[in-house]
Design a protein around this ligand. Structure first.
Ligand SMILES: [Zn+2]
Length: 344
């Protein structure tokens, strides 16, 4: 087998940033994916349907000619999001979900929700209108160890949340632990998860053994190998609860390689090839299309794509760096390493 043809995939979790960054991020994503869920953690965050539509226009302005790219927008959930905004999301043809960052959890999350119980009236509306709630699933208390934050979130936040709102549609974003994978498996069809390429291909040893590698630093942080193994198993299992979400999160080289480096891996340029690499390691390339191209659209209630892409068995080297901001390049995930499959 030297080629794989897939229905065109979608990326259900991506950070495109804004302004000058869009020159890099939009073409990188749009050359593979038809749709992407565009995360709203800009400065200031995208909090209303109107702001989301304006951001979508700024993204579309950077789509290369001849490429059909459909940004799907998400609102940023704050302590002050009005319950009425949920109906506006439901009626909008550009916005598909709302993203909840616990305040302080990751890049630009200081406007996030301080206590989820405070926003239960909005969540009630999400459940009623079946608008997906996208969760960054980590507690943020300073006394909780960074490697335990996802597990604690399941116990302390998600279990009570689903008890209160059993029909709520939830995507647990970028899961990193066997605990989260098993939690999702135990829930009804209304609970799903995205998985990033870095959490399938790497574990914390890659980041910390033999010198610290800041380009593997992302949040939620890479975990131990046993968790990586479980993520590989569920991603390649053909279970529709798990689908593609790169969490591609660009930060310029100077923001990553410093005493206090930013969290995020830039996987967009070779995202589908990175996933192919992981699926091939498991001998499960036949399961890639469901994960990348079917299950996310089905969960969101959107039509599956109709065009296809083809991957060829031809090794390519990921560039050591790419142009990003003026005089400040970006180092992509897998920089300098060889991928077995390449996008035709
Ligand atoms: Zn993210």
């Amino acid at each position: 087998m030297d080629t794989i043809t897939l229905l065109q995939p979608d990326d259900w979790h991506a950070h495109l940033r804004d302004g000058e960054a869009l020159r890099r991020t939009v073409p990188d994503l749009a050359k593979q994916f038809h749709r992407a869920i565009c995360m709203p953690n800009l400065v200031p965050p995208v909090k209303t349907v109107e702001e989301a539509i304006a951001y979508r226009q700024r993204i579309l302005a950077h789509v290369p000619n001849g490429i059909d790219f459909d940004p799907r927008m998400v609102l940023y959930f704050t302590d002050h999001t009005p319950a009425e905004e949920v109906v506006k999301i439901k009626q909008s043809d550009a916005v598909n979900a709302i993203k909840l960052y616990p305040a302080g959890a990751t890049t630009n999350s200081e406007n996030g929700v301080s206590d989820i119980r405070k926003v239960y009236p909005v969540i009630e509306q999400l459940e009623e209108h079946q608008v997906p709630l996208l969760l960054h699933g980590e507690v943020t208390h300073s006394h909780v160890d960074i490697f335990d934050r996802e597990k604690r979130y399941l116990d302390e936040v998600l279990v009570p949340l689903l008890r209160q709102f059993p029909q709520l549609k939830i995507v647990l974003e970028h899961i990193t632990t066997a605990d989260a994978a098993n939690f999702v498996l135990e829930q009804g069809r209304n609970v799903a998860a995205t998985i990033t390429p870095q959490h399938l291909l790497f574990n914390r040893n890659h980041m910390l053994v033999g010198g610290i590698k800041p380009h593997f630093y992302c949040l939620p942080i890479l975990k131990r190998q046993t968790h990586q193994t479980t993520l590989l198993e569920v991603a390649t299992s053909g279970n529709p609860k798990f689908f593609l979400g790169t969490d591609s999160a660009p930060h310029a080289q100077s923001k990553k390689e410093q005493a206090c480096g930013c969290a995020g891996c830039y996987s967009a340029p070779n995202a589908i090839e990175l996933y192919a690499q992981a699926f091939e390691q498991m001998g499960k390339l036949d399961k890639l299309e469901g994960f990348a191209s079917h299950f996310g659209a089905d969960f969101y209630g959107l039509a599956r794509n109709t065009k296809t892409i083809t991957l060829v068995r031809q090794s390519i080297q990921v560039p050591a760096q790419l142009d990003y901001l003026d005089n400040d390049p970006i180092i992509p995930l897998y920089a300098g390493q060889t991928l077995n499959w390449s996008l035709q």
